[in-house]
Design a protein around this ligand. Sequence first.
Ligand code: SF4
Length: 312
Amino acid sequence: MNEINVINLNSIGLKENIFNSLLELLRRTSTELTKDVTDILYKAYDDEVEGSEAKYAMKIIKDNLELAKSKSAPICQDTGTVLIYVNHPVGFPQREFMNIAKEVVIRATELGYLRQNSVNSINQKNAGNNIGLGHPSFHFEEHEHVNENEKNKIEIRIMLKGGGCENVGMQHSLPNITIKANRDLDGVKRAIIDVVAQAQGKGCSPGVLGVCIGGDRSSGQLESKHQLLRKLDDHNEDPILDKLEKEVVAIANKLEIGPMGFGGKTTLLSCKIGHLNRLPASFFVTVAYMCWVHRRQGIELDKDLKIKSWLY
Ligand code: SF4
């Protein structure tokens, strides 16, 4: 068995295996939504009133999903920012991994799984291969293995985060007099609902929220996106936050904003909330908004760096 902490990702066989594993992960992330997401979308379709604009919008969403899957084509023309999260053992060669992952992104762009989407912010040039400063975006986390079986475990998750939904994400600093939000859980709830109300269906609702209570401005942003990696049908380990997640969804779905802002019962599919410590002087509530094209998928690799299992 390979010892991961001495693994050479540039050895021919392993490089080929991890390249293929990542390419398939990227293909599937772009073209298929995971079951936890489709289950909730199909239920939303069933719940909307027959003949309504909301039902029509949900039907288009449903048809779009089935077509994209059958043709192995991107679900949406905006294939988003490529966010790569790696949970790895001690000594994992991050630099070699990043080099291979960039080659995978280039190949996925050539194959049409990704649109030529990444633009230089100064000269507005598009290299056409989705490679540039900060793109793709890598997030590494070294795990503490709890037993011998988990020692060499490598999990890789990819999220494709669309630009339209990214635009409607927001960070509130509490207290906020305008929305009557104090530095307490009621204030947090008001801040989250304000983000949904301000979006008014823009960012392609129905959406999913990832929320971070606390942290500084940047750690709050990272954690709010990290919450979007949770399964939609999971339960928050913290009963207070579990209750808050459910309340937010219930309140948002009474706003009558609906799919794509057409009105209706489904404005929010899910809300996932985490928290970080904060300084006494600041209280941020950071909301990452994900559109209905909630593209994130993950794999665990085997010892040969082939796909061992899917995480969603
Ligand atoms: S917000 Fe989502 S569904 Fe809307 S265009 Fe962007 S990626 Fe597509």
